[in-house]
Ligand binder design. Structure first.
Ligand code: HEC
Ligand code: HEC
Length: 224
């Protein structure tokens, strides 16, 4: 009988720990940037309702991205190997990545310096500016693996990145992304090099072979 309260409290503690772990898990997928997302969504709704404010943001965005064109292209379609397209990218994802570059959760020397030079308002403007640009399919990669890539994508990626790969909530748009960039990122997640840290993506990437990655990259590059 003496044991009983002990067992109960152990169960209670175990329950609390489990609840905490699953709250943490939720946080990882969509919750980690929930606050950011909600703030941004409110900001975007306000901007959309105000034509003048929207035009002002587009102008400010253009001014602040003069430096970016050499790598990310005039129209947000990257012109350098290993550089991602930003056109049509989910603005919440862009701001979130700026935060990550800035605080070191994502490592890239150059992008980190840049991210640190922008305040939150500038990050929002830049993100909205790129998000407004039309995206095109980059194409390329191992097109002979397209069918395999499509099947794999539909099975393992749409839950978070959307059925058409256009991203949703805070998740990255993948549709149309450059194939060599996608392969590179999947490797970073899989090998946990420390340049990109995300337990969810690492969990996904760990199951992928090099051929799977190339197949996925070719399919993703073909999407518009
Ligand atoms: C010298 C080339 C270069 C310039 C200039 C540059 N970037 Fe980048 N950018 C990169 C590379 C390379 C990456 C990928 C980094 C990695 O490997 O993680 C990147 C990644 C990004 C990402 C993450 C996108 C994603 O899909 O995850 C954003 C957002 C971004 N850059 C915005 C900008 C903005 C805004 C500017 C201008 C203020 C800029 N970059 C200037 C090379 C550049
Ligand atoms: C459980 C949710 C989830 C699933 C399933 C998932 N992803 Fe992701 N993915 C994410 C998250 C979260 C990020 C952003 C990680 C970060 O912030 O560094 C991401 C980022 C990426 C990026 C980097 C995008 C960029 O612009 O830099 C690529 C590429 C990617 N995922 C490909 C895939 C592919 C291919 C699949 C299927 C094989 C997949 N993902 C399945 C959650 C997921």
């Amino acid at each position: 009988m003496r044991l009983f309260p002990g067992v109960v409290s152990t169960l209670v503690v175990a329950g609390l720990v489990l609840a905490a772990v699953s709250a943490q898990a939720d946080k990882g997928v969509v919750g980690e940037n929930l606050e950011l997302r909600q703030t941004l969504e409110k900001r975007m709704d306000a901007i959309r309702a105000d034509r003048e404010a929207y035009e002002q943001i587009m102008n400010d965005g253009r001014d602040r991205t003069i430096l970016c064109k050499t790598c990310h292209g005039e129209d947000g379609m990257a012109v350098k190997e290993g550089t991602p397209n930003l056109a049509g990218q989910n603005p919440v994802y862009i701001v979130d990545q700026f935060q990550r570059f800035g605080d070191g959760r994502r490592y890239d020397f150059f992008m980190a310096q840049l991210a640190k030079s922008f305040d939150d308002e500038e990050k929002i403007k830049i993100a909205l500016y790129y998000a407004s640009m039309p995206n095109a399919a980059s194409g390329g990669g191992k097109v002979e693996l397209m069918g395999q890539g499509k099947a794999l994508f539909e099975r393992s990626c749409t839950e978070c990145h959307g059925s058409d790969g256009k991203g949703q909530e805070g998740y990255a748009r993948l549709a149309g992304q450059r194939p060599e960039y996608v392969t590179k990122m999947l490797k970073e997640f899989k090998e946990r090099t420390g340049r990109r840290n995300n337990p969810w993506m690492s969990g996904v990437a760990l199951k992928l072979s090099d051929t799977d990655m190339e197949a996925l990259a070719a399919y993703i590059a073909s999407l518009k």
